[in-house]
Design a protein around this ligand. Structure first.
Ligand code: SF4
Length: 357
């Protein structure tokens, strides 16, 4: 039998808690990389790549993750797939703790969560026709070869490639955009519920990037998928995301619905990032200064608010005390900044309702 139903139907029997239960909940996720040195290779310091972050991803949404390079966003992707083990934190997939005795195994989670990387070439086996690369995962999980190849060819159609033309080609015979379409097909072959896209369109020309983004949107709609979309490109993230999470030096500094976050950014870092974008529309130029300088070293991040060394609103309290991200639920637009906390002592802090500045 050829597997033709790629849709994760609304009655997907893997759905445990219904639409109200988040597909993914992350609590206190942490990863510090040891730096060794000297003759004995002793640990000399730690890079605090991801430093205790929490967020949820709802069923059917796209959560965008943005930040400068080195902010920890790609480490988050690798942690979510357990390509690297976390130092601390809890990961709950559709109500089940990942890797816990009474939860879901890492192997089963990986069947339901697939990943597409930026480097489309190195993700494919150069000695394998692309239809075999797509069929590889299902065959590893017990599908018969002919059946899996048939499914791979149907998936090529789904990602906009004619299987008669492209199925037997090798990766070096494809363009970057075509290779990325094959990688998307390869991810779909495992019938995932969630796909993590890590800079998946960043290496493509702008026109090809737009085509692949449109394809991703269409696939998400048709197959009831959920995306985590990681990119340094704020414009692309806004276009594709329902909600956006901004990271700075291993921490979440702002999270909220995409329109609210882009139209009314609360965190000075988000404002500076948005101001750093080229202003194509003169009517929408921003007043804020663009973010200046390089991010501080994540080996020894600044005390208190990690952004205080670059923040135009920094006051004494900012280097003394770390601000807390107060997000009451997934719909909340929240920022980790003392100006958002009426009790922080920052002179520009929001006042409780009814109080005047
Ligand atoms: Fe700037 Fe202080 Fe807010 Fe940090 S807490 S973003 S330094 S105002």
């Amino acid at each position: 039998m050829v597997m033709t139903d790629f849709a994760v139907s609304e009655n997907d029997d893997r759905d445990r808690g219904g639409p109200a239960q988040p597909l993914l909940t992350v609590n206190g996720l942490k990863k510090h990389f040891a730096i060794r040195g000297g003759v004995l290779g002793r640990v000399k310091a730690h890079v605090r790549a991801v430093d205790g972050i929490s967020f949820t991803v709802r069923k059917g949404e796209t959560l965008g993750i943005v930040g400068e390079s080195g902010c920890g966003k790609s480490t988050v992707a690798r942690l979510l797939m357990r390509l690297i083990p976390p130092d601390a934190g809890e990961q709950i997939f559709d109500g089940e703790a990942v890797g816990e005795p009474r939860g879901i195994t890492v192997a089963e989670m990986r069947r339901q969560v697939q990943m597409v990387f930026q480097d489309s070439a190195s993700s494919l086996n150069p000695r394998m026709p692309v239809q075999n690369s797509i069929a590889f995962g299902p065959i590893a999980f017990g599908a018969k070869e002919a059946e899996a190849i048939g499914m791979a060819r149907e998936l090529l159609v789904k990602v906009g490639l004619n299987p008669a033309l492209f199925g037997g080609r090798y990766p070096h015979e494809l363009s970057g955009g075509q290779k990325q379409r094959v990688n998307i097909a390869r991810a779909l072959a495992m019938k995932p519920r969630m796909i993590i896209l890590d800079e998946a369109v960043s290496a493509l020309d702008k026109s090809i990037e737009a085509q692949v983004l449109n394809l991703l949107q269409a696939l998400k709609r048709d197959l009831n998928l959920t995306y985590v979309f990681i990119s340094h490109d704020l414009g692309v993230v806004r276009w594709i995301s329902d909600r956006v999470m901004v990271m700075y030096l291993g921490e979440v500094v702002e999270i909220g619905p995409a329109d609210q976050l882009y139209n009314n950014p609360k965190h000075p870092y988000t404002r500076a990032l948005l101001a750093s974008r080229p202003a194509l529309d003169p009517d929408h130029r921003r007043e804020e200064a663009p973010v200046s300088g390089d991010p501080p070293n994540p080996i020894n991040p600044p005390s208190g608010c990690r952004f205080h060394t670059r923040c135009p609103n920094a006051e004494a309290v900012c280097s003394l005390k770390a601000p807390v991200l107060m997000q009451h639920d997934a719909d909340t637009h929240a920022a980790a900044c003392h100006m958002e906390d009426p009790t922080s002592g920052h002179t520009q802090a929001v006042r409780p309702q009814g109080m005047q500045h």
